[in-house]
Write a protein that binds this ligand. Sequence first.
Ligand code: PBG
Length: 323
Amino acid sequence: MLQRPRRNRKSEVIRQMVQETHVSAANLIFPLFIVEGSNQKTEVSSMPGIFRYSIDNLLREVESCMELGLKSFDLFPNIEEQLKDRLATESHREGSLYLRAIAEVKKHFPEACVITDVAMDPYSSDGHDGIVDNGIILNDETLEVLGKMALAHAQAGADIIAPSDMMDGRVGYIRNVLDENGFAHVSIMSYTAKYASAFYGPFRDALNSAPKFGDKKTYQMNPANIQEALIEARLDEEEGADFLMVKPGLPYLDVIRLLKENTELPIAAYNVSGEYAMVKAAVRNGWLNEQRAVTEVLTSLRRAGATAILTYHAKEVLLNKWL
Ligand code: PBG
């Protein structure tokens, strides 16, 4: 045998020398859930180790992440039921929980990167990402709400706007609103290939944002499709996206790879709530080694082509020095 691949695996030093993929704190984005009130920190039952924070505790959490070198955050609000309506007006109301949270984080930690989620579902009495009319999700009318939301986030200090709604044309619409209002410097991380996935369940528990009727299949993508991801990617690029996101992560490594091969833009992967819950459940049962499972998941997302990874594991990985 002339070729013996095992020679390059024979010691830790050589294995590290030839390692192709690395994960570092700079690649990680930590999603954080926010709730109204003060001194609140309640665990999401289907996401052990993940909490909903009131703004005061959110600032403490951001501070401890910053000390670990974790500096990018994606914020999601849990909105009280009585504030929800058909048009998600709470999503762009001055003084709302979410807008206060963005401003407070940027005021205390100007060097942090604050990513904001643009979609109607946390604020919608229908629990959908668009305006509902007779059971139909309206596209172009929804864009107006998304534009107001994105502008409010930018005014509050958001660094990156992340539309997660999957309406057609939203990236271009939001880009235009931002540019016309003096926010050309604010980036857009588009949820490009967002699938109608079973893996969002724990997230909807965290925000109490599940659809009140039906499902999201008329706007989120069919898990059976990949060519369609190329159409979404092309449109998002043409409309001015700065990042293309694939979501969920682990079941869609092929989609990450395909987009990577077809774009010059950085790819983000969302290692979603259900993926986190699966690992945690197995670890709690003693069925998986947590450090090894988590680092393998994150490394695999990077290997597939993701530059940035949104993951609920971000803080524990750095706290435990697993990388
Ligand atoms: C909603 C949104 C969802 C997630 C992020 N933004 C859920 C959904 O589309 O129903 C899911 C994130 C996760 O599961 O971790 N616009």
